[in-house]
Design a protein. Structure first.
Length: 318
């Protein structure tokens, strides 16, 4: 069995397994469509007093001489105690949280808008897809840049996150790698939730400011309702003034219904695996209850390393 290992760099100070004993625990949280954070607890030494907010933090985890960098961010909170100091923070999602923008976009896709908002916030681009094209879309300072991109992603049914290198990804889920786990072999714990969908349809209503003929029209005034529906039967109702044409309304309704139809979620705890990434899938096999088997999409990755429990990874899936 390989021995868990780590390398943590805070500012210019480096802590490494085998040569440092200050690290009490490391937790990193990587969540699609949400905030990504780290939490490090250190035994107090003369070095722990030199750290400051906005210091760079890098975390690498793995086994023996095989380490992989899994998180890069900056310190947000420092909590000194009698014997330990807790240091926590975010990746470059903090740049999006601290930026507010006023901008109008005409005949631009959700992907292009997300790119522009991210760039204006100082975040580089890894990959974006077009998604819905809006005849007119307003970004204003009532929401942070993070909230603006998150909303665009929800409207398109896209994943939104920053890579380990803190570059923006804004696109439809597409499986990259499947990680297989087997009961009695490499599963520590597994919990699954199954529920029936609340609705069989989604209805979206927007602002009455565009022709029913589509988003290519240039006349903006009409007394007709802008609406779109996907599915049949009882529907979930959404009213969004940023939707100004029926094409967009129908596309948003489709994305909403796809989300409603996702009725399975769960969490599996496994031996630490730094190779799990957003866009991956997990395959669960050999569970005594066959209903707990299957292949699922990774939603969040929580790496935990401590002196008491070793190195484990909790994967939330949908």
């Amino acid at each position: 069995m390989f021995k868990p290992a780590y390398r943590v760099k805070i500012g210019e100070t480096i802590y490494e397994s085998g040569t440092s004993s200050e690290v009490v625990s490391i937790d990193t949280y990587f969540v699609i469509n949400s905030l990504c954070s780290f939490d490090i607890v250190l035994a107090n030494t003369k070095n722990t007093g030199i750290f400051r907010q906005c210091d760079d933090v890098s975390v690498s985890l793995g086994y023996e001489n095989n380490l992989k960098e899994i998180f890069k961010g900056k310190i947000d909170v420092i909590e000194p105690g009698i014997s330990t100091t807790r240091i926590s923070g975010l990746n470059n999602i903090s740049k999006l949280l601290n930026k507010r923008i006023n901008q109008f976009y005409e005949k631009q896709s959700a992907g292009k808008i997300a790119e522009d908002v991210a760039s204006k916030s100082g975040v580089s681009i890894e990959k974006t897809e077009e998604g819905i094209t809006f005849p007119l879309y307003a970004v204003d300072n009532t929401k942070t840049a993070y909230e603006q991109i998150l909303k665009l992603g929800e409207m398109c049914g896209f994943d939104f996150y920053l890579t380990i290198e803190n570059k923006l990804v804004f696109k439809k889920y597409e499986k990259k790698t499947t990680h297989t786990y087997n009961y009695g072999k490499n599963i520590i714990n597994h919990e699954i939730i199954k529920k029936e969908p609340q609705y069989n349809a989604a209805e979206v209503y927007g602002e009455s400011s565009s022709s029913f003929k589509g988003s290519d029209t240039s006349h903006w005034l009409t007394k007709k309702n802008v609406s779109g529906k996907d599915g049949t039967g009882e529907g979930m109702f959404v009213h969004d003034l940023s939707i100004r044409d029926t094409d967009s309304a129908k596309n948003v309704a489709k994305a909403k219904l796809e989300k409603i139809k996702k009725t399975i979620s769960g969490t599996v705890k496994v031996p630490g695996n730094p190779d799990i990434n957003p866009g991956d899938a997990v395959k669960i096999e050999d569970m005594p209850n066959s209903g707990m088997n299957g292949e699922f999409r990774v939603k969040s990755i929580h790496h935990k390393l401590s002196k008491n429990s070793g190195f484990v990874t909790e994967i939330e899936y949908i």
